[in-house]
Design a protein around this ligand. Structure first.
Ligand SMILES: Nc1nc2c([nH]c(=O)n2[C@H]2C[C@H](O)[C@@H](COP(=O)(O)OP(=O)(O)OP(=O)(O)O)O2)c(=O)[nH]1
Length: 377
């Protein structure tokens, strides 16, 4: 995983392994003499000059817990975080770290060997903790790790709704009212229990879009909902933002607009809403834009970017003629993205393992995701 802007030399590069088996995560404990000591940590350590981040990850995991992660299981990049620690008194460069974070998903055999380990190779304490308690901040981690927890909050599988067309000139007339009822009924029936769902609506007035989202959230209180950024802003300003809304989404055009703002020395025009951000991207250029935006948000302690949809991976039934990335190109692009990549386009929930083998972290889609039979992975 490379960093965004050739600034790598300024940072202490660190490889970080988010090791887990299903919903159990492995934490170490930092000695009191260490920087950010007396805190839990993910297994990891400094990257040597001759190493690539993934090589360092493999070495550190082996040195610290004696586990060879090349043999089995699965490693995929989650993202890159640059963080300036202000807790070091001298002014040398060592206070600014660049964490290269990977997900290391253990196989059942690996977990069977490690599940009862309470001590690492260097005598450090080890703890298997539940994802729920980890995300509830029950374990005090180094400051920079807050972003990692935000990334892990987003589900592995994301459903996207069918489009609902509006008639903007006439408002919700009889015909569109009927299609609204059908759209609601269909999604009410077909969205899996507790699904994370990106509610994607054709452009129309925010009032109309808001009405749809409010109706869906009222019927399905179990959902975790992602909506577009202007709509999140609108609902927040009118004090109607449903509690189920967990993230605000930027389309490719919105992302490029934000990049232009930053390139002209302006601030982003994303609202001050603290809702985490997801973005759509399709190219190397847009991935760079995601990286710049993500780091800007981090530096300014604004809403974090927690995922980038990269599409289309495979041909889709609705647009079979549209050129798609294919796995090889997807893997190359995803490797350069500094937030977790969500694969989209012609995929099914069952493709998650393939996504992870190709540097992505999550999977999203419409057709094969909207079915009651679909089980959460
Ligand atoms: N290992 C680890 N380091 C982290 C995490 N989060 C975080 O901000 N860091 C920071 C703390 C340190 O400044 C730096 C890692 O340095 P380290 O001291 O653990 O590296 P190392 O194992 O190579 O140690 P050493 O031989 O230099 O003592 O990264 C994390 O989750 N795990």
């Amino acid at each position: 995983m490379s960093t965004a802007s050739g600034e790598r030399m300024k940072y202490i590069d660190v490889a970080v392994a988010v090791i887990h088996y299903q919903e159990k995560y492995l934490l170490g404990y930092r000695g009191s003499h260490q920087h950010q000591g007396d805190r839990y940590e993910f297994v990891g350590g400094k990257i040597e000059a001759s190493e690539q981040p993934k090589q360092a990850l493999i070495r550190e995991v082996y040195e610290e817990i004696g586990l060879d992660i090349t043999s089995d299981g699965c490693i995929n990049p989650l993202g890159v975080l640059r963080h300036e620690y202000l807790d070091i008194s001298d002014t040398d460069r060592s206070k600014t770290v660049c964490l290269h974070v990977f997900r290391v998903q253990l196989s059942p055999d690996q977990f069977a060997v490690f599940r009862d380990k309470t001590q690492g190779c260097e005598g450090q304490r080890l703890h298997w903790v539940s994802k729920q308690r980890l995300l509830d901040n029950q374990y005090v981690l180094p400051e920079a790790n807050q972003s990692i927890l935000q990334w892990l909050r987003l589900d592995d599988v994301i459903c996207i709704t069918n489009q609902l067309s509006f008639n903007d000139t006439q408002g919700l007339d009889a015909v569109t009212e009927q299609s609204l009822v059908q759209w609601l009924e269909y999604h009410h029936q077909s969205l899996p229990q507790s699904a994370t769902v990106y509610v994607r609506l054709a452009s129309s007035s925010l009032k109309q879009q808001g009405r749809v989202v409010l109706k869906l959230c009222a019927r399905r209180t179990d959902l975790n909902v992602i909506i577009q950024q202007p709509l999140a802003d609108y609902l927040s300003q009118t004090n109607k933002l449903p509690v189920q809304v967990i993230a605000q989404h930027l389309t490719q055009a919105m992302l490029e607009h934000q990049l232009q703002q930053l390139q002209h020395g302006k601030n982003t025009s994303i609202s001050q809403l603290s809702l985490p951000i997801t973005v759509s991207c399709h190219s190397q250029y847009q991935i760079q834009a995601v990286n710049i935006l993500a780091q800007y948000q981090l530096n300014h302690k604004l809403a974090p970017v927690i995922g980038a949809y990269l599409s289309p991976v495979q041909p889709t039934q609705t647009h079979p003629e549209q050129p798609c990335l294919g796995w090889e190109q997807f893997a190359i692009l995803a490797e350069h993205c500094e937030v977790p990549v969500i694969a989209l386009g012609g995929l099914a929930p069952q493709d998650l393992a393939t996504v992870r083998r190709n540097n992505g972290d999550k999977v999203a889609g419409i057709r094969q995701f909207l079915t009651q039979e679909h089980q959460k992975i």
